[in-house]
Design a protein around this ligand. Structure first.
Ligand SMILES: Cc1cc2nc3c(=O)[nH]c(=O)nc-3n(C[C@H](O)[C@H](O)[C@H](O)COP(=O)(O)O)c2cc1C
Length: 336
């Protein structure tokens, strides 16, 4: 089965992309991801904090959450012996690009428009096929308004887009009052890709130590429903490529995202759980299902179950909600 496809103008051998994770912290890990069969790799993020300060200082911040952005700390790479500061990142990126024959996408994680552009350009120079912006901004200050948060996203994107010639994708969180509106704004601003959605890290409480601790959970297939709904709603409405991230565990999750309208489907949790070779299981399963349903190409699958192009999409979504609630109540889910 020919699974070849495209993402932001890049030619991919298949639509499964390894999303940022510790699996790309080393050259060996990147090689294993490529050998596992994915169509492209998005490397782990270089953090804004690492751009602003020396790597040693960054590691101290991890131990002093009060000074920084506690919700982001769980993502800090913590590979012993690896230089994951800006220079180390660019060096690893450059080696990765020559070591594998699939596109390697670099990822920047930050919240302010400053300090991104130089590194975005350096990533391009190091051979990145594209740049993914992981705008990890949590509006913990209640004085910050929704429009301010949106503007910050657009400003960051515009700066980076103006600094490079490679495609630029924005990885979004779902927590906007209107996720579709920010997607359209970024699309109009020229985003080449929209990645829906990042998973934020919410701290847990350690009852024994009486302390707050960051927790990074792996996802489950039910977590895919929210991004899949938005991909189905945005399919055909934006020029940008749509990348799905969250909740891919079995081949059916991959197929469902494509049916909803994703150009590519990303996975981290499944590869962390089962290893990089698990990509083959996902892709073989997709091929078998496509054969079974008579699909010849990924294009034929894509968007087949996107939201219909009707005028009142809100009513359409609400009708689905009402039907689901009626079924749940009839099934005895509501003892109250
Ligand atoms: C341990 C771990 C590290 C991650 N590091 C990053 C990162 O550096 N940058 C980023 O954009 N996303 C990062 N993510 C988020 C994943 O790329 C992905 O978007 C998210 O886990 C949802 O996909 P999944 O359900 O397939 O895991 C990380 C996730 C995990 C579990």
């Amino acid at each position: 089965m020919d699974l070849s496809t495209g993402y932001m103008g890049l030619a991919l051998r298949n639509p499964l992309v390894a999303s940022p994770s510790p699996l790309s912290h080393t050259l060996d890990g990147i090689r294993r991801l490529a050998d596992g069969g994915v169509g492209a790799i998005v490397m782990f993020s270089l953090f804004e904090e690492q751009l602003r300060e020396r790597a040693e200082r960054t590691y101290r911040l991890v131990d002093e959450p009060a000074e920084s952005f506690p919700e982001a700390l769980g993502y800090f790479p913590s590979v012993a012996g690896e230089d994951v500061g800006p220079r180390g990142y660019l060096d690893l990126l450059e080696r990765a690009v020559s070591a594998v024959d699939i596109p390697v996408i670099a990822s920047l994680n930050g919240i302010t428009p400053e300090s991104w552009t130089g590194y975005a350009r350096a990533m391009q120079d190091a051979g990145a096929a594209a740049i993914e912006l992981n705008i990890y901004y949590f509006p913990a200050d209640p004085e910050v308004s929704g429009p301010d948060v949106e503007q910050r996203h657009v400003d960051v994107f515009r700066r980076v887009k103006a600094a490079v010639t490679v495609p630029v994708a924005v990885k979004l969180k779902p927590y906007f009052s209107s996720p579709g509106a920010i997607a359209l704004r970024l699309d109009e601003a020229g985003a080449d890709g929209l990645v829906l959605f990042n998973r934020f890290i919410y701290p847990d409480i350690d009852l024994e130590r009486l302390a707050v601790r960051p927790v990074v959970d792996l996802s489950s297939p039910a977590d895919a429903r929210l991004p899949r709904t938005w991909i189905a709603l945005l399919c055909g409405k934006v020029r940008a490529s749509l990348a799905a991230t969250t909740g891919v565990e079995v081949p059916a999750d991959l197929a469902s995202y494509l049916l909803a309208g994703a150009d590519v489907v990303m996975t981290t949790s499944a590869l962390l759980r089962h290893g990089p070779r698990y990509a083959t299981v996902l892709l073989d399963g997709l091929s078998s299902w496509m054969r079974h349903k008579g699909f010849q190409t990924v294009d034929e699958v894509r968007g087949k179950l996107a939201a219909p192009d009707i005028t009142d999409r809100a009513a359409y979504e609400r009708a689905g909600y009402v039907t689901a609630m009626r079924a749940a109540n009839a099934g005895g889910y509501a003892p109250w």
